[in-house]
Design a protein. Structure first.
Lengths: 167, 368
């Protein structure tokens, strides 16, 4: 039965030793361990939350970037289209201008030709006149000798060669 | 598996062969009668407390760590403090005289004060002095306590220095151990707001019991003291639990004990309050006995298996003793592995019941 009776000496030693260890661990042991672990847990969950938010923000930025890029692309296409149109317009205008110029040149040339023709006609008229005068002179010189025949001859000449002058 | 069995049988056979000649000798020669193997002293000497820490014996000369004996004699003899060497080495019938008082240790087979230091009174009778000797178990307690401090304090210091630093492997182990108990045992039983208040006690109790159990299983110095298999230790642990349950118990808990919700005639004549008060004592009492009995039983079974070798050897000769030793060793290995499990289970059970009782005394009713 001795086994089932607590021994006073051992009880005292146990009480002293256990209480000392309990007090030391309760003051300087467990709270530090638990505190640090809980602090770290909190830190980790905060960090995870922050990372999540950062990820979300990043996704937003990515989307913005994509949007900007799409806009830029659209702008580029628009600008290119515009320039194409401008180019076509310019070419069209140039063509129009060229045509006008060409027409003008052609018209000028025609005018000039007409003028020259008129001049040439005038010159020819003059020469005809001179020739006529010459002929008349020669005829006059001959007429002095043979008047009727000479007149008939002039008539004949005029009739044959220059019907227009006859009037 | 088959191979292992074949080898074991072969081994047993060879063991028998080697022992055969010695048996022959034993029969031929008239061996001087050795003292009979005393199983009771052997078993209780190893599972009980002791004034010295017996390590081994060399040439029948004991190698011991002599622990101090501190006693106060009852009849005004005052305090005595001496090395246990003087009393442990006494032959039967001898006494050790110190400052006018005579002491000796009763043998374990004695009816009264077995294995304890007693004082010889003037009339020749014996009396037990007030004994606060630093015994083997006291040594065991201090070893466990020192280990707890040495194991947990450096980690706590590291945490205090830099709580956010990456924990080392050692800190990881400490964290794992602490949180296994905290999340597995304490949190489910104690209201979350009170966890910080009671966790230190419950954690200390768990690790004290757990390491004391483990140290008790290591069969050599400075371990092997059967700390938790001693009622003096478990009674202190149970008293502390009783203290934490009842001193910190809230109003509701005390109302349930002293004025429970039962018909008035049951509590006016204070039947229920008395039953309830007794129940507050039986709970820690059960804790105390459960831990003590489980650990002591495990140690006794192992010691019985060892004693069987000598009992069988004494009855049927050294040959059978040799065979028995092989059986015993296998059984002892099995028991030791089982005891490893028990070491954890008992620490777990003590802590979970303590936290349950403490938690029940903290419980706030949800209605009202």
């Amino acid at each position: 039965m001795d086994l089932f009776l607590p021994e006073s000496g051992l009880v005292i030693w146990m009480l002293i030793a256990f209480l000392i260890v309990f007090v030391i661990l309760a003051k300087a042991g467990w709270p530090m361990i638990m505190g640090a672990v809980e602090k770290r847990n909190a830190h980790i969950s905060e960090s995870l939350l922050a990372a999540d938010e950062a990820n979300k923000a990043l996704a937003g930025i990515e989307q913005k970037k994509q949007e900007t890029m799409a806009a830029a692309q659209a702008e580029q296409i628009r600008i290119m289209k515009e320039s194409q149109e401008l180019k076509a317009q310019v070419v069209e205008e140039a063509k129009l201008e060229a045509r006008k110029e060409a027409e003008k040149i052609v018209a000028d040339a025609r005018l000039k030709i007409e003028k020259e023709q008129a001049e040439a006609m005038a010159q020819i008229k003059n020469e005809v006149i001179a020739l006529s005068v010459d002929i008349a002179e020669k005829l006059l010189q001959r007429e002095l000798s043979d008047k009727p025949s000479q007149s008939a001859y002039i008539e004949q000449l005029l009739k044959n060669n220059h019907p227009q002058i006859q009037a | 598996m088959k191979n292992v069995l074949k080898h074991s049988i072969l081994f047993l056979f060879l063991a028998l062969l080697t022992l055969a000649p010695s048996r022959g000798f034993a029969q031929d020669e008239e061996q001087p009668k050795k003292e009979k193997f005393d199983a009771k002293s052997f078993i209780f000497g190893h599972t009980g407390d002791s004034y010295c820490f017996h390590i081994t014996e060399i040439h029948e000369h004991p190698v011991c760590v002599w622990l101090p004996v501190i006693v106060k004699c009852k009849d005004g003899g005052g305090w005595h403090c001496f090395s246990s060497k003087h009393v442990c080495e006494l032959k039967e019938g001898e006494t050790f005289s110190h400052k006018g008082a005579n002491f000796f240790i009763e043998p374990i087979s004695a009816d009264k004060y077995p294995g304890k230091l007693v004082e010889v009174k003037a009339d020749g009778g014996i009396s037990r002095p007030f004994d606060i000797s630093f015994t083997k178990n006291a040594f065991g307690i201090f070893l466990v306590c020192a280990f707890l401090l040495a194991f947990f304090l450096p980690a706590a210091k590291k945490y205090k220095k830099d709580p956010m630093a990456k924990p080392t492997k050692y800190q990881g182990l400490v964290e794992w151990l602490t949180y296994t108990v905290l999340d597995g045992i304490i949190r489910p039983n104690i209201p979350e707001k009170k966890v910080k208040k009671f966790a230190p006690y419950l954690l200390t109790v768990f690790f004290f019991i757990f390491f004391a159990n483990l140290f008790g299983l290591i069969p050599f110095f400075p371990f092997s003291a059967n700390v938790t298999g001693n009622l003096s230790i478990t009674v202190v642990l149970a008293l502390l639990t009783y203290f934490f349950v009842n001193v910190f118990g809230n109003k509701h808990y005390w109302k349930d004990i002293l004025w429970p919700d039962v018909p008035i005639f049951l509590k006016a004549f204070p039947l229920m309050p008395i039953i309830e008060l007794i129940s507050t004592i039986t709970k820690p009492f059960a804790l105390m006995v459960r831990l003590f009995a489980n650990i002591l039983a495990g140690h006794i079974v192992i010691m019985v298996l060892m004693a069987l070798i000598f009992i069988i050897g004494g009855m049927y000769g050294a040959g059978m003793g040799g065979v028995m030793s092989i059986v015993s060793i296998f059984m002892t290995i099995f028991m030791t592995v089982l005891e490893l499990l028990v070491a954890y289970i008992q620490a777990y059970v003590f802590t979970i019941l303590s936290s349950l009782f403490i938690g029940m005394a903290q419980h706030e009713p949800e209605h009202e």
